[in-house]
Design a binder for this molecule. Structure first.
Ligand SMILES: O=P(O)(O)OC[C@H]1O[C@@H](O)[C@H](O)[C@@H](O)[C@@H]1O
Length: 795
């Protein structure tokens, strides 16, 4: 009886063990469609070999099939030859690796598939694996994008299973569509037969070792770096991918895409998101990571035609003709492009982002370079490169590939901060070389390289196998990326491309001129070229530095004159101080805001300030256009969208001008002006606003008080609010001078070059008989301060 019991127990144990063991067995079939193509030869087989080396053992087995369209007599032999020449064991080249390589190569098979029946038979054999194991199927489509939909359709019909026994993953290479519309269309069709969760869209830049370190570097230096990564401190960001090779035998593909679709809409734009997005609290939370990425991309303004430059290397057309390319199309294919991007959020407004890439340029280098604003001013020894006193520019560089560094890595100017290195990198010192790196001596950098030395495809293929999706392109992100580039792609489709010489051609150098990019050789400015700088910004040369003297008074009143971003920040701080004082003294803060474009960045900064005493603040309007509240011309809509919408302010503290009463716009009989005046009288004890923010028009108008009307009339009549007319005779509503002049503080905000002329005119006024409305603004008991940016000041 006893021995029966023992036998039974042992039987149960053996059964459980077998079950566990069997459950642990996994067999993975990798099918590489386009397995004898260029990408496969160069990177993909190497990636699969890495996977095989790392994961194959007695519990985890693999088979590899290359699918091609060509019928080879000795397909397997041919394929194995390819692999023998292309798969490498790395520097160690050790015996164990060579053994593994032979094992790997002997496993690889070649199959020719073309017709649906051939696919069907292939897939039937394919599914016949031992029932006790769990099978994984990876279909990697290294095919022309035009073949994606039909191939996926066939595969999904015969090879697609996802259940307890089999998982299936499909891998696609960019480009995904040609523009927003086609990408959406392609995605919709694919979604009919493949689930989004089983689709892996590859952008191999996301698998590059340094790219994988960007967020952890930001996180490790959160205390020091994050407060600097914004428009207040960053001068510009360059995201660059320079190549020395040409298109070679890829002309047919390249003619369809050009440099923007090939690398800018995807690789470079993905990098942009990684450096500018809000840092997720938890980097391993892929949902949060994706949310922050998409939140950022939503705020990237679509590239404009004036913000892009394109070129083509001189031999491209010849190559294209040789490759039987379509000449008409080839002549418009850009092999070089530089684009100016803008992010319209409170963190980055105003910071230029330059994305640039080109084939056949003078060097091979890809990097993200963040240049910080300069505050230092050199007095002595400025041209002495060996001087130890000056260490500028101050920059943070993610060197993603090649360039002048010993190995891709992260570089931080020593004058910026001493980084805390994340566990994924190793600090190195760059041995002194004669040449400069990004304009600095190598020794002026803290430098670290990634510990992970694997090629992008190796780590991405591993991610596919493990089902980790963080480094792949989601559909939502893909469409947002297209939104940035689609419009400009359309508008430059048949624009003339600048022809440049292969290698070093200075005619590609460009600079930012306001919101435009221009080739320097085309521009009327004679600007000395800045050494080692790709972007030459004229403003940097002509605008005053913090060291330059600016008077402290304008028109007999206080003046604050700064660079645009600093100006907005200091004004936001001033408003907050006034609010806090008012709340302390009177328990309430009455703020009247003008409309127009100038104050928008200010609203956005204020909107971010959760410490502002919003609950004690009343927001009023200085003026309003006679339009519907929903019109994009409405001042209230702009104040609402950029400020009110983002803050916690009681509804009853918002006082919009009643220009739209039940759909009737500025009907005199509705007496909207009297209504607003009554509200002011009722709510403001002594008719004193704590602060009024005014603007200044190029014609000297302020609020909605335009030249030509007799404002002295309003002064004597003591009216507070009225309907007025602008120069183009359109109707407005405005606070009037008696009310404006009662305010405790009046701020006049003037920004942008276009305002230089009117400032000049005002500064030349000598008599007291000017008819310009702004000259009537003279607070009786309060004070007036001009806030003017360098653009308006210098012109
Ligand atoms: O920087 P890497 O990894 O060498 O990749 C560059 C290549 O990236 C590919 O995505 C582009 O299609 C090629 O045109 C480009 O040459």
């Amino acid at each position: 009886m006893g021995s029966m019991k023992i036998l039974l127990i042992s039987f149960i144990y053996v059964k459980i063990f077998t079950l566990i063991f069997a459950y642990d067995l996994q067999h993975t079939d990798v099918v590489l469609l386009g397995g004898t193509g260029d990408l496969a030869k160069k990177y993909l087989w190497q990636g699969f070999f890495y996977l095989f080396q790392k994961y194959s053992n007695e519990n985890s087995t693999f088979s590899f099939t290359a699918i091609g369209r060509t019928v080879y007599e000795e397909g397997n032999t041919k394929l194995r030859e390819i692999l023998t020449g292309n798969v490498k064991c790395g520097k160690e080249n050790n015996e164990a690796c060579e053994e593994k390589k032979s094992e790997f190569i002997s496993l690889v098979k070649y199959s020719h598939l073309k017709t649906e029946d051939e696919y069907k038979t292939f897939c039937q054999n394919f599914s016949k694996k031992e029932k006790s194991t769990r099978n994984g199927h990876i279909f990697y489509l290294s095919l022309p994008p035009s073949a994606y939909v039909s191939t996926l359709k066939t595969l999904s019909k015969y090879c697609y299973r996802n259940d307890d026994q089999i998982w299936t993953r499909f891998v696609l290479e960019k480009p995904f569509g040609r523009d927003l519309e086609s990408a959406q269309q392609q995605a919709n069709t694919i979604a009919e037969f493949v689930r989004e969760s089983d689709l892996f869209r590859i952008d191999h830049y996301l698998g590059k070792p340094v790219v994988k370190q960007i967020l952890s570097f930001r996180k490790s230096n959160k205390q020091t770096l994050e407060p600097l990564l914004n428009r207040q401190y960053v001068d510009r960001i360059e995201i660059i991918m320079k190549e020395t090779i040409g298109v070679k035998d890829r002309t047919e593909f390249y003619n369809q895409v050009g440099v923007i679709r090939d690398v800018m809409q995807n690789h470079l734009s993905e990098l942009l998101a990684l450096v500018t997005m809000e840092l997720p609290r938890n980097l391993s939370n892929s949902k949060e990571l994706e949310e922050q990425r998409t939140r950022l991309l939503i705020k990237v303004r679509p590239v404009r035609e004036s913000g892009i430059l394109t070129g083509q290397y001189s031999k491209y057309l010849e190559e294209a003709i040789g490759a039987n390319g379509n000449l008409n199309q080839s002549k418009y294919t850009p092999t070089f492009a530089a684009a100016l991007l803008r992010i319209e959020n409170s963190r980055w407004t105003g910071v230029p982002l330059i994305l640039m890439s080109g084939k056949m340029l003078d060097e091979r280098s890809s990097y993200i370079r963040i240049l910080f604003r300069e505050r230092v001013f050199c007095v002595t020894g400025c041209t002495d490169r060996n001087s130890t006193h000056m260490q500028y520019p101050r920059q943070l560089i993610f060197q993603i590939g090649h360039g002048d560094v010993p190995s891709p890595g992260i570089l931080v100017s020593k004058s910026l901060f001493k980084p805390v290195w994340s566990p994924g990198v190793t600090e190195l010192s760059i041995t002194s070389k004669d040449s400069l790196i990004h304009g600095q001596r190598p020794g002026d950098f803290h430098y670290a390289v990634s510990k992970d030395k694997h090629e992008a495809y190796e780590s991405l293929i591993e991610d596919i196998y493990l089902g980790r999706k963080e480094s792949f392109v989601t559909l939502e992100r893909l469409l947002l990326l297209w939104k940035i580039w689609s419009p400009v792609l359309k508008s430059i489709e048949t624009s003339v491309k600048r022809i440049y010489k292969e290698g070093a051609d200075h005619s590609l150098n460009f600079r930012i001129d306001n919101d435009h990019l221009v080739f320097i050789s085309d521009s009327q400015f004679d600007i000395p070229e800045l050494e080692n700088s790709i972007v030459h910004d004229v403003k940097q040369i002509i605008s005053p530095t913090d060291m330059q003297m600016v008077p402290s008074m304008f028109m007999g009143e206080n003046l604050v004159c700064k660079d645009l971003i600093f100006l907005f920040h200091s004004l936001a701080e001033r408003i907050k101080n006034s609010a806090e004082m008012a709340v302390q003294n009177r328990n309430v803060f009455h703020l009247a805001l003008s409309g127009g474009n100038s104050p928008v960045p200010l609203f956005q900064i204020l909107a971010e300030d959760s410490d502002f005493p919003w609950s004690m603040t009343h927001i009023w309007q200085v003026d309003e256009r006679c339009v519907s509240k929903k019109s994009d011309k409405s001042n209230f809509l702009s104040i609402y969208q950029n400020l009110i919408h983002h803050i916690k302010i009681p509804f009853f503290n918002i006082h919009f001008m009643p220009v739209d009463i039940n759909g009737r716009i500025c009907e005199e009989s509705d007496k909207g002006d009297n209504q607003y005046e009554d509200a002011v009288k009722y709510i403001l004890d002594d008719l004193k606003f704590d602060m009024i923010l005014l603007g200044l028009g190029t014609d000297g108008h302020t609020a909605s008080l335009f030249p030509g009307e007799k404002y002295s009339r309003f002064l004597s009549e003591n009216k507070l609010v009225a309907y007025t007319k602008s120069n183009d005779q359109s109707h407005r509503m405005s606070l009037l001078l008696p009310l404006i002049n009662k305010a405790r503080e009046v701020i006049v905000l003037v920004t942008g070059k276009s305002k230089h002329g009117i400032l000049q005119k005002l500064s030349e006024i000598t008599s007291n008989n000017s008819e310009l409305p702004i000259t009537f603004v003279k607070p009786t008991d309060g004070n007036l301060t001009w806030y003017i940016d360098y653009g308006a000041w210098i012109g």
